[in-house]
Design a protein around this ligand. Structure first.
Ligand code: MG
Ligand code: MG
Length: 249
């Protein structure tokens, strides 16, 4: 069942989203050559706790940190490490969530560290555009896979591939609610979107093939062919007249 949220619930989710967005922005500002991914994690946790919120990922199925920090060919779920320092030309995907009054915010962004290759820059731009295209479909009366199809069309139109094994999700009083939100699908299919549904839309786009695999740490997901991967995510409320992005400051 897809749980619809009342306007007052969405207001709380907007606050969770605001805290999430602030943490992501400050991590992005700190993501310079030489800083370690665990230092970035500490920044995110401080921002979230200073706001009186709680990190959504820490302890989730045993995940040890506040952010997922996934570098270059890592797709999602990378674990922050003190000894792992950013290098010029890296791309770093950061995924973060916060809980306010029992409601979740969830957002991700891939940052360019120093000067990145033209190909990497294009992957980031296209992945961001694919997210925006998906968000634009979050209007009452559209179908769920209109969102999926919009993401897929932008990503594949640019020659990139869409990760199949991980998807977006409904979000609310749990981080992962129904429905699953794949980043590929047939337009005009799937459940009809209604006002008050809240979706975490999160394209994971690979420069090479779509296949991914997990590392032995049990968390980190990497591209099977070693190609670069990018990840952008917003928590979005479906509205009568248009979408409302909740993970903005
Ligand atoms: Mg996320
Ligand atoms: Mg998510």
């Amino acid at each position: 069942m897809i749980i619809r949220k009342s306007p007052s619930e969405i207001e709380i989710m907007r606050e969770a989203g605001r805290v999430t967005a602030r943490a992501l922005r400050l991590v992005g500002e700190a993501a310079k050559v030489g800083i370690s991914t665990a230092e970035l994690d500490a920044i995110a946790e401080q921002v979230i706790r200073d706001a009186g919120a709680a990190p959504a990922f820490k302890g989730y199925h045993g995940f040890p940190a506040t952010i997922c920090a996934s570098l270059n060919n890592e797709v999602v779920h990378g674990i922050p490490v003190w000894a792992r320092r950013l290098k010029d030309g890296d791309i770093l995907s950061v995924d973060v969530g916060a809980i306010v009054d029992g409601y979740y915010g969830d957002s991700a962004m891939t940052f360019a560290v120093g000067t990145v290759s033209v190909d990497a820059r294009r992957l980031l731009d296209v992945t961001m555009q694919s997210l925006q295209s998906g968000i634009s479909k979050c209007v009452e009366g559209m179908r769920l896979y209109d969102v999926s199809h919009a993401v897929q069309t932008v990503a594949e139109g640019a020659g990139f591939s869409v990760v199949r094994d991980y998807v977006g999700h409904g979000i609310g009083r749990a981080m992962h609610e129904e429905p699953q939100v794949p980043n590929f699908g047939q337009a005009g299919k799937g459940p009809t979107l209604k006002e008050g549904m809240v979706l975490a839309i999160e394209p994971m786009i690979n420069a090479g093939g779509h296949a991914v695999r997990s590392l032995d740490d049990g968390w980190t997901v990497v591209t099977d062919d070693g190609s670069l991967s990018a990840h952008f995510e917003h928590t979005v409320a479906v509205g009568l007249d248009g979408p409302t992005i909740l993970t903005l400051e």
